[in-house]
Design a protein around this ligand. Structure first.
Ligand SMILES: C[S@@+](CC[C@H](N)C(=O)[O-])C[C@H]1O[C@@H](n2cnc3c(N)ncnc32)[C@H](O)[C@@H]1O
Length: 244
């Protein structure tokens, strides 16, 4: 049976790859990595190359930063699935890994790819290896517990708009924002308006050269951030065990 494994390789630091992921990357017949059409080394690819020789790594071009569900994006998924399908046609019974940053079940292209490849091939074994997410790395690196006691956690892609983000902030939940990049000024404005800017922590390029971790209150309120940036907004806490 052909096997396709979605493997999370963490946010950037190669030391944050799990032993299970490292073992798979070392032995898979091929490791597919998503890259943008700019030709640059992909984010997941950089980490994969610590664990897999370059000759086993194959690039798959995705419209990675398209903000909308566009026709260009659909075509990229179809082309990617066709490339992976061709590989299985040439290597029947093979094991292919597909690397994603962070975790393959959190806003990852893997879900779409696996469904499209299965449609093409009819039969396919799909497996997943979890990875450490950007929010976990930021929580650890900044010493910010994500949730304690009875606190709830909400994760928002800011591309979905600010309304539900605002609601969760107003409820007092622990909130994490992903995918805000260019919308950083708007995101910070919502934090200020809801009184949640104090205690919020920002991390950009986690595990990469030029990484930037700091209190969100220290950011320039008008400057956009990079695509790879994350915010953690912890609930107001009253001290040890306050949320129990
Ligand atoms: C398409 S989502 C991928 C999420 C990823 N699968 C995960 O589990 O963390 C991309 C978003 O993840 C966050 N992200 C991923 N890697 C990051 C990093 N190294 N530094 C900061 N944020 C990161 C950013 O919010 C970015 O916009």
């Amino acid at each position: 049976m052909n096997t396709l494994v979605g493997v999370g390789v963490g946010p950037g630091d190669p030391d944050l790859v799990t032993v299970k992921a490292a073992n798979l990357l070392a032995k898979a017949d091929v490791v597919f990595v998503p890259v943008a059409d700019s030709g640059e080394t992909g984010r997941a690819e950089q980490t994969v190359l610590f664990y897999a020789e370059a000759w086993r790594v194959q690039r798959v071009v995705f419209a990675l930063h398209d903000r909308e569900h566009t026709a260009r994006r659909e075509q990229a998924w179809d082309a990617a699935a066709a490339q992976v399908g061709r590989w299985f046609a040439e290597h029947p019974g093979g094991t292919a890994a597909f690397a994603t940053i962070g975790d393959p079940c959190v806003y990852s292209t893997f879900t779409y790819l696996a469904a499209s490849v299965r449609d093409l091939l009819g039969e396919l074994d799909v497996a997943l290896i979890p990875g450490i997410t950007a929010m976990q790395d930021l929580a650890a690196r900044s010493g910010t517990p994500l949730v304690e006691g009875r606190e709830a956690l909400a994760l928002f892609p800011m591309t979905a708009g600010a309304d539900r983000f605002r609601e969760a902030l107003e409820r007092g939940d622990a909130v994490v924002a992903y995918k805000f990049g260019r919308m950083l000024p708007e995101t910070l404005a919502v934090l200020r308006e809801t009184g949640r800017l104090d205690g919020a922590v920002y991390g950009a390029g986690l595990g990469l050269a030029g990484e930037d971790i700091r209190p969100a209150g220290e950011l320039d309120p008008d400057a956009p951030g990079p695509y790879l940036s994350t915010l953690i907004v912890p609930p107001a806490r009253t001290g040890r065990g306050g949320a129990l």
